[in-house]
Design a protein around this ligand. Structure first.
Ligand code: IPE
Ligand code: IPE
Ligand code: MG
Length: 253
């Protein structure tokens, strides 16, 4: 079957009950490479194919928001060679995909301390973000140099500064105000979080925004992740009962 053929898994999904926003911790590139006695960078390169596959799958079924954790604030502590390779890969990805994003009506955005990225990567990012700003198809958000605690600290600092300057009263600080100070201010909270590679942790990702997300952990390493598994996860999500603390209504007798 060609990868463009409609997949049976996608056909089984209920279009009315799709997650509005899927967030993915793309993990396991290094282990994928190690298993093949390759350099870790090869795993990151292969991981780019999985990104393309998931972006396409979201467009196919109509998931409106997709956030991908591509580089955390903690990842700066990796060996220089690996960080450099990741930055080069990101730049390459932006160059090769820009056209694809435009023709497919995809809007690209970033969350994170992107000011810490190398100048050339920042420029490529700014260009593609500006070029795709008017697109109203899939909203693709890359988390780059992203750390959730850091994001929350900055938001709190902002609010404290406004209060100190007398522009707001502490009693008006509420969840909506804090949300509005985060990188994700214009983005709905994720409904579904997926983490690949079998690790059962958040690694400082969207701590505030994931308060009521459904979690799905899969042992698949990110470079092996593809559309079929993504659709299976969406089907599993549709079987979940999201109660948000309430009690299910009694079935009518
Ligand atoms: C995820 O894969 C990609 C990034 C964090 C940039 P890893 O590089 O963490 O792969 P593992 O976890 O070492 O296998
Ligand atoms: C989380 O993966 C960050 C990204 C996927 C970008 P890591 O591999 O960096 O996280 P830990 O080290 O397992 O917590
Ligand atoms: Mg990892």
């Amino acid at each position: 079957m060609s990868s463009d053929a409609p997949s049976p898994e996608a056909a089984l999904l209920d279009p009315e009950r799709l997650p509005r926003h899927v967030a993915i911790i793309m993990d396991g590139n290094g282990r994928w490479a190690k298993k093949r006695l390759l350099n870790r960078v090869k795993g990151h390169e292969k991981g780019a194919d999985s990104v393309r596959a998931v972006v396409k799958a979201c467009r196919e079924v109509g998931v409106p928001y997709l956030t991908l954790y591509a580089f955390s604030t903690e990842n700066w502590q990796r060996p220089r060679m690996e960080v450099d390779a990741l930055m080069t890969l990101l730049k390459k990805f932006l160059q090769t995909e820009a056209e694809e994003l435009l023709t497919n009506n995809i809007r690209l955005d970033t969350i994170g301390e992107t000011g810490r990225l190398p100048e050339d990567v920042r420029q490529s990012l700014a260009r593609v973000v500006a070029q795709t700003r008017g697109n109203d198809g899939l909203h693709l958000i890359l988390a780059l140099s992203y750390g959730s605690r850091d994001e929350i600290v900055h938001a709190v600092r902002d609010i404290a500064a406004e209060a100190a300057a007398g522009r707001l009263s502490p009693s008006t600080v509420d969840e909506a105000l804090l949300s509005a100070k985060l990188f994700t201010r214009d983005i709905p909270d994720p409904d579904l979080l997926i983490r690949t590679s079998g690790e059962l942790r958040l690694s400082n990702f969207l701590l505030w925004q994931l308060a009521y997300a459904e979690f799905h952990f899969t042992p698949t390493l990110w470079p092996d992740f593809g559309r079929e598994e993504f659709f299976r996860i969406l089907a599993d999500y549709q079987r979940r009962d999201r109660r948000f603390g309430r009690v299910d209504p009694e079935p009518a007798s």
